[in-house]
Design a binder for this molecule. Structure first.
Ligand SMILES: N[C@@H](CCC(=O)N[C@@H](CS)C(=O)NCC(=O)O)C(=O)O
Length: 210
């Protein structure tokens, strides 16, 4: 299977961490994509196989022998259900809905991260500082909500926790440590979690430019 990736993307990172946690990395070919900073507002050049694989032209994208999955949600679902024996999220019942409730907040943070990043990559004359502020407020509000949930995180490093850890990691890397002020217990959890081999192997780095 071919997984299109970049080192900066938090959406890619949650997939890569899930793969490492399941110990199935040998089954994937990881294909680096390159992006000009113009991606924020324009279609940019890509290798033909990437364009052929995904009409969405975003990463992550997973090409299997039978089909292509073009977002991290469906890829995580596939990893968990098809390849992971539901070890990263239970199949049904209350625990599943609780995990999805936590994960949707963490995904809300990551969505805000990428929208904020795209806005910041616009020229100063085009950028909306109000929009950047709105995304930052959303991130901090969601971190504060996760702060109230961290005490009942289970022992398993499941998809909800993976996504939460990736959200914390991207925030610190790209935007600084202010979030720790609204979520000190979450920050302490993250500092321990960031020591896992899967997190250390996927620490964010700038995406290669075209
Ligand atoms: N909901 C998608 C979001 C994927 C996404 O936005 N990926 C970003 C990188 S973090 C991307 O490829 N952006 C390029 C673009 O929008 O042109 C997912 O879960 O995978």
């Amino acid at each position: 299977m071919r997984l299109y990736v970049t080192p900066a993307s938090p959406w890619v990172r949650r997939v890569r961490v899930a793969i490492l946690e399941l110990g199935i990395e040998d089954r994937f070919e990881f294909v680096q994509t390159r992006w000009s900073h113009r991606w924020a507002t324009q279609a940019v050049e890509h290798r033909p196989d990437f364009l052929e694989a995904t009409p969405v032209v975003r990463i992550p994208a997973l090409v299997t022998a039978e089909f292509t999955l073009t977002d991290s949600h469906s890829i995580c679902d596939y990893l968990n259900g098809e390849l992971g024996g539901y070890r990263l999220m239970v199949r049904e019942g209350a625990a599943r809905w609780q995990a999805l409730a936590d994960m949707s907040i963490a995904c809300g943070i990551i969505e805000a991260h990428i929208l904020r990043r795209a806005e910041l990559l616009r020229s100063e004359s085009e950028r909306s500082n109000d929009f950047v502020g709105k995304m930052k407020d959303r991130e901090l509000r969601c971190f504060a909500a996760l702060e109230n949930r961290v005490a009942r995180f289970g022992v398993a490093f499941d998809l909800a926790q993976i996504t939460t850890a990736v959200a914390c990691g991207y925030e610190s890397w790209r935007y600084g440590e202010e979030w720790r002020g609204v979520a000190p217990k979450l920050a302490a959890w993250y500092d321990r979690t960031a020591q896992r081999a899967s997190m250390k192997a996927t620490e964010p780095a700038e995406t290669p430019q075209i």
